[in-house]
Each structure stands twice: as C-alpha cells, then as structure tokens.
Design a protein around this ligand. Structure first.
Ligand code: RB5
Length: 144
C-alpha cells in the first residue's frame, strides 16, 4: 500500500500521481487534501507518515508546492526517510542508497510527466543494503 498526501500546493500533482498509480494496479491510501483549499503541510506529513511508521502503508509520496516544507516535516518523524527529488537519478539513488520510504515532490516545480517518471524510478529501484544499511542506522541514531 502506498500512502499519498499533499497540501494545496501539491494537490493537482498528487491527484495525477494517484490516478497513475491506481491505473498501474498499485494500492493507494490518500491522506488528502481533497481540494485546493489551503492547509498546513506538516499536518499532512504527520498523518501520511504515521501510516508508514505503523506499517499500514509500505511507503509514501508527499507533495507540496516546492516539496521542501513537506519533506522537512516528514523527516522530523522517527523512522521516516523522505527524499525530495526533482530528477530520476536522485529518485533511484534515494531508494538504492538511502532506502527512502517517502518520496517528496514539488507540485509547483516539476510538471506531471517528469513527476511520474521520478515516481517510477523510485518505485522500481531496490535498496542495495550492505554499507548503506550501516549509514541508515546512523541516520536514525541522530533522531532525538
Ligand atoms: C504553500 O503555499 C507552500 O508554502 C507549500 O506548499 C510548500 O511549498 C512549502 O514548502
């Protein structure tokens, strides 16, 4: 199950990504927003990421205007490794090296076609483990 959430700045792109994932046969749980009404992105990061930390969802995609506020918020939550990506190489590396369990995107920064390619690159990549696992453990030791 893929959790997905956005604020108003990411609403349109979130809807595009959700439609795409459903068409591809993925199971998606949408944590809103359901309209472009203004909300605070930390609230969406909190509910979306809670579903990942609890194990209800395996991974998540978060979108705000730039992807910055929502990724900063997500990375405050213990157990979350959110990667803000604007290109496919970074998205692939975010999974292979960082085992990012959240992909963050900027709805006002990138267009839908690039966004969907980034989503694909992240979903299709595999964590490489080994020395990267040790580094991830060190990341989580920074949590306080
Ligand atoms: C909302 O206007 C905007 O600030 C938000 O979507 C995001 O870009 C923040 O980082």
């Amino acid at each position: 199950m893929i959790a997905i959430g956005s604020d108003h700045g990411g609403f349109e792109l979130k809807e595009e990504i959700k439609k795409y994932l459903l068409q591809k046969g993925y199971e998606v749980k949408d944590f809103g927003v359901d309209s472009p009404t203004s909300v605070d992105y930390p609230d969406i990061a909190k509910t979306t990421c809670a579903s990942i930390v609890s194990g209800e969802c395996e991974k998540g995609i978060l979108v705000c205007g730039t992807g910055i506020g929502i990724s900063i918020s997500a990375n405050k939550i213990h157990g979350i490794r959110a990667a803000l990506c604007g290109d496919c190489y970074s998205a692939k590396m975010a999974k292979e090296h960082n085992n990012a369990n959240v992909l963050a995107l900027g709805g006002r920064v990138i267009g839908p076609n690039l966004a969907l390619e980034i989503v694909e690159a992240w979903l299709n990549a595999e964590f490489q483990g080994g020395r990267h696992q040790n580094r991830i453990e060190k990341i989580h030791m920074l949590e306080c």
